[in-house]
Design a protein around this ligand. Structure first.
Ligand code: NAP
Length: 286
């Protein structure tokens, strides 16, 4: 069986939706925190079991019979994140999976300026240490993250954010399809994949031009000093660690950690990945 964690999340759900078009549903299982949210998958013949990263026994039960496990990274940071991943990797080894696949991120490195990329690097080290075959899907930065950063600019017309660098923003749909292709055995990677990215790396000055063209309204780009940005987000009730995490994305982007553009994703899905313009148009259509 192919077991997918996080299958009620935005990426995991899309992966399972695409996977059941490629392999019979009874070869697919999901390990989810709340099985009620996966009832529609159970109705379609997917095995649904409860698996919580904070409860190792539940993980082992939900991974039972897995030949491949897709570990969708947790939405946490630091040791809280890595220890959850460690629990899942240990459970996968315990049940005897043949291969672990993991949703890593482009730029994963011990010395990244972005905390999540340091967590991904640590998790990749854990995978390497299992001695099992493993694949780290080095996913491009989600375009949805850029859209979140643009939320207030959507109304004000001014993209007021810290200094950035080009980022190869990538869509959930394309990443999910590529992951389903790999899980279905139509492509195979050992260790980290090349960066799985959208077709271009854009900074927010270019995004402002795209937003202007898309909406027909002028958009400006204002660089806000890091300290002032931190004060602003704190004033909106954002906790300090989250504010620092957001700032670290800009620091890593300035450092060129998300700039690479690679054709591997296009090769996997058999077409050009969605452009940022397309994703902005879709998101702002309503
Ligand atoms: N490449 C990038 O640019 C980028 C950007 C942001 C995040 N990420 C990473 O990509 C991952 C997937 O993205 P996404 O958009 O699908 O995020 P998401 O929608 O927040 O999905 C996270 C999933 O993790 C599950 N989860 C959280 N805590 C759990 C626990 N204790 N036990 C079991 N499951 C748990 C959630 O379960 P529920 O459905 O029950 O909530 C959800 O299904 C994120 O978690 C994050 O690690 C990558």
């Amino acid at each position: 069986m192919i077991i997918v964690t996080g299958a009620t999340g935005k990426l995991g759900r899309r992966i399972v939706e695409r996977l059941v078009h490629r392999v019979p549903a009874d070869r697919v299982g999901v390990s989810v925190r709340d099985p009620r949210k996966a009832q529609d998958l159970a109705d379609r013949g997917v095995r649904v079991r409860q698996g919580n990263f904070d409860d190792p026994a539940s993980l082992a039960h939900s991974f039972e019979g897995a030949e491949q496990l897709l570990l969708v990274s947790l939405d946490r940071t630091g040791q809280e994140c890595v220890s959850g991943h460690r629990a899942a990797i240990d459970a996968a080894v315990q049940v005897g999976v043949d291969r672990i696949l993991y949703t890593s991120q482009m730029g994963a490195a011990r010395d990244s300026r972005f905390q999540a990329c340091r967590d991904h690097a640590q998790t990749e080290d854990l995978l390497r240490a299992t001695g099992l075959p493993w694949t780290a899907l080095r996913n491009g930065f989600y375009a949805s993250s850029a859209l979140q950063f643009l939320e207030s600019a959507r109304h004000t017309g001014d993209i007021a954010l810290p200094a950035d660098g080009p980022v190869a923003w990538t869509g959930h749909d394309d990443l999910a399809e590529a992951t389903a292709v790999i899980l279905a055995g139509e492509a195979r990677f050992e260790g980290p994949t090349p960066p799985l990215t959208g077709p271009a790396a854009l900074d927010f000055a270019t995004v402002a031009e795209i937003a202007s063209q898309t909406t027909g309204r002028p958009f400006t780009r204002t660089v806000v000093p890091d300290g002032a940005f931190r004060e602003q987000v704190l004033a909106h009730g954002t906790p300090g660690p989250i504010a620092d995490l957001m700032l670290s994305i800009f620091a890593a982007a300035r450092n060129g950690e998300f700039t690479a553009v690679d054709s591997t994703l296009a090769g996997l899905i058999g077409r050009e990945p969605a452009t940022f313009r397309t994703q902005l148009e879709r998101a702002w259509a309503n």
